[in-house]
Design a protein. Structure first.
Length: 385
């Protein structure tokens, strides 16, 4: 008898792992949204809900609470019993909004008041028509479904502070609940997640990332979310502890992505995307040679100075002279790129190159920083080819 010949007593553990992976995938795309949205401040992992998105704008701080629910059977339809705990033929049995998916989410609306932007059920399958009809009534403020009065009544029971509210006010309260069906990113065998993550990482990384490098970044991001989701929060939980141990902010992403903070802020402020890509390529190459971030930022400034100088002065230098200068610059760029020149030897190498370039061009305005910028610029151009 071999291991596979005997049916396992239970496989719930494997299903649980799959569900957690789906939760991490959904949270990871929310985290990547930190790079694009000025209002998304951070994402909390497995605290209050599967994840919570914190948004900050001129109106203040608000939260979006998300539950992730998955089903193996793709044709499953979540019904009103699963979502709202409402039974079509209750007889002696009572409805059970309190223990339903939506019932647990509705408590956040009561607890957080105006700070609760929305509560969301995110799933890889669909909701049946009765569930969709209840959500439509909540959004319209008009009770059209025959089940809506029951939901209004059960909501008042669940949250006593709403007992004196009108039906329209209860529907306004319920309008905070939204559904996100058919999220293919939650399916492990589907490519949607990798495609979505890839496009965002590509945008905020150097343009020539290899597939294996992008895969590594995705794995690092998922691992980070898992760590933030599993940290034990004991005793008094302060905002600082929660932010550090259970949430992800932009700085956490920039530690993973191949993009310096200076390049990211340039991109966010409307800078030239190509220039930003150039900076991030430079960052990655220099990090390979163990240069620190402060040094890299200074080097990026040298590169920019050279490119500005070159645009102005190239027309006054003969083409053959420019080719000779570029050849000398390329030689040192190749040495720096391959690690044959480091911070201990680069100063002398740049001084020697400056002397050669001045001799070739007959110019006296080539300073060491400018020449070093030329080397860095050449390194980036080679990487782009």
């Amino acid at each position: 008898m071999k291991l596979h010949d005997v049916k396992a007593r239970e496989l719930n553990g494997r299903d649980t792992i799959h569900r957690f992976k789906a939760q991490f995938r959904a949270a990871s795309l929310e985290c990547l949204a930190l790079l694009e949205s000025s209002s998304v401040d951070r994402v909390f992992c497995d605290f209050h809900e599967d994840y919570v998105v914190k948004l900050v704008d001129e109106t203040g701080t608000r939260y979006r609470f998300v539950q992730v629910k998955t089903k193996t059977k793709q044709n499953h339809l979540y019904n009103i019993l699963e979502i709202f705990g409402i039974k079509k033929r209750p007889r002696n049995a009572e409805h059970d909004l309190a223990n339903s998916f939506a019932g647990k989410l509705l408590l956040h609306i009561e607890s957080f008041g105006d700070a609760c932007l929305s509560v969301v059920i995110c799933t890889n399958v669909n909701f049946d028509d009765e569930v969709e009809a209840l959500i439509a009534d909540a959004n319209s403020g008009i009770s059209s479904s025959k089940i809506t009065p029951t939901l209004i009544s059960e909501t008042k029971k669940l949250i006593p502070s709403l007992s004196a509210k009108t039906d329209k006010e209860i529907l306004g309260f319920l309008s905070h609940l939204s559904l996100e069906p058919r999220k293919q990113i939650l399916n492990e065998e589907d490519d949607s997640f990798l495609s979505n993550a890839h496009s965002k990482i590509y945008k905020y990384s150097e343009i020539n990332l290899h597939p294996k490098e992008i895969q590594k970044i995705i794995i690092q991001l998922l691992s980070l979310i898992e760590d933030k989701s599993s940290y034990q929060l004991d005793g008094t939980i302060t905002e600082e502890i929660l932010n550090e141990k259970a949430s992800i902010a932009v700085d956490d992403l920039l530690d993973i992505l191949a993009l310096s903070r200076s390049a990211y802020h340039l991109l966010k402020s409307g800078g030239d995307p190509n220039a930003v890509k150039s900076v991030s390529i430079l960052q990655r190459m220099l990090q390979r040679n163990n240069f620190k971030e402060e040094t890299i930022n200074s080097f990026a400034e040298f590169k920019s100075q050279w490119e500005a100088w070159y645009r102005v002065n190239r027309h006054s230098i003969q083409e053959f002279t420019l080719l000779k200068m570029q050849s000398k610059i390329g030689e040192l760029a190749e040495k720096l790129s391959s690690g044959r020149v480091d911070m201990d030897t680069i100063t002398c190498a740049v001084e020697n190159l400056r002397s050669e370039l001045c001799k070739i061009s007959g110019r006296t305005d080539l300073e060491d920083g400018l020449v070093f910028g030329a080397v860095l610029s050449d390194m980036v151009k080679e990487e782009l080819l």
